[in-house]
Design a protein around this ligand. Structure first.
Ligand code: 4H1
Length: 257
């Protein structure tokens, strides 16, 4: 098959590839896929099953409840995805497995993944995968948070979406990524649109003023203030420039809990 000139190439190994239509058929990522900016290809371990029942799970050594993903069908799918990644991009892929044991995804991690090599993302099901497959075939384990889900597909979509929107050109006007929360490490400011009054609540006057400098400062002040109130940890060890310090000081002085 042909070389891919997508800015981001992702191979997905999953028993439920149809779940990923949420990425490939909708919104920002759907358009990026249509435009060829992002390439998403799928390998289903079930397609490698040779028995009549197309078995993709297997019993755990040592007994206990639940099943694991069958080793041979899983490894064949990972192998083919890896080979395709190299053919399509000329680069060796990074093979990622989603599990609560992985590195916690944050905006910096999403940026690293967006800038990095092509990805093969493995979505686990059942009670997981054989540890020797993790050792032999998985390069990095990633987690989207400290909770357990019924499969790795939703975490995989979260990771792919978070990285894809950081690929230059994917978001359309790039500044919308810049203004996003966690883009300059701050929480997002409040947003307003029509009507001007909702249940007696008005839009802040500065946003109606047309003074772009005042609007920029107001938004930055709100982002700083919200971060201070809701996620002070994000301000730890972060140096604020003179303007930011002044705006945060103003916010705190005006703050009435
Ligand atoms: N032992 C349960 C575990 C076995 C292997 C498959 C996973 C799939 N579920 C996931 C995957 C990832 C995350 C996360 N936090 O990123 C949560 N849940 C469940």
């Amino acid at each position: 098959m042909s070389r891919s000139d997508a800015s981001m190439w992702v191979g997905v190994v999953s028993l439920f590839p149809e779940m990923f239509e949420a990425l490939t058929r909708q919104g920002v990522t759907g358009r990026a896929v249509d435009k060829g900016q992002i390439a998403l290809e799928f390998w289903n371990p079930r397609d490698y099953a040779t028995d009549r029942h197309r078995t993709v799970d297997d019993r755990p050594y040592g007994g206990g409840p639940g099943m694991l993903m069958k080793v041979d069908t899983l490894r064949s799918a990972i192998h083919d995805a890896r080979e395709r990644a190299e053919d399509a991009t000329g680069q060796r892929p990074k093979v990622i497995y989603l599990s609560p044991q992985g590195r916690q995804l944050d905006q910096r991690g999403a940026q690293e993944l967006a800038e990095g090599p092509p990805l093969v993302v493995v979505a686990g099901r059942y009670e997981g995968i054989d540890e020797r497959v993790v050792e032999a075939d998985i390069d990095e384990e990633w987690s989207i948070g400290d909770y357990v889900l019924s499969g790795g597909e939703l975490p995989a979509m979260v990771l792919i979406d978070a990285a894809a929107r950081l690929v230059p050109g994917v978001l359309g006007h790039q500044d919308s990524a810049v203004e996003d929360s966690f883009n300059d490490g701050l929480l997002d400011c409040p947003h307003y649109t029509r009507p001007e009054v909702i249940d007696g609540r008005r839009v802040p006057d500065v946003l109606l003023s047309g003074h772009h400098g005042a609007i920029r400062r107001w938004r930055l002040k709100q982002s700083l203030g919200r971060t201070w109130l809701r996620r002070p940890d994000l301000l730890e060890g972060r140096t604020l420039d003179a303007e930011q310090q002044a705006l945060l000081k103003e916010f705190i002085e005006e703050y009435v809990p």
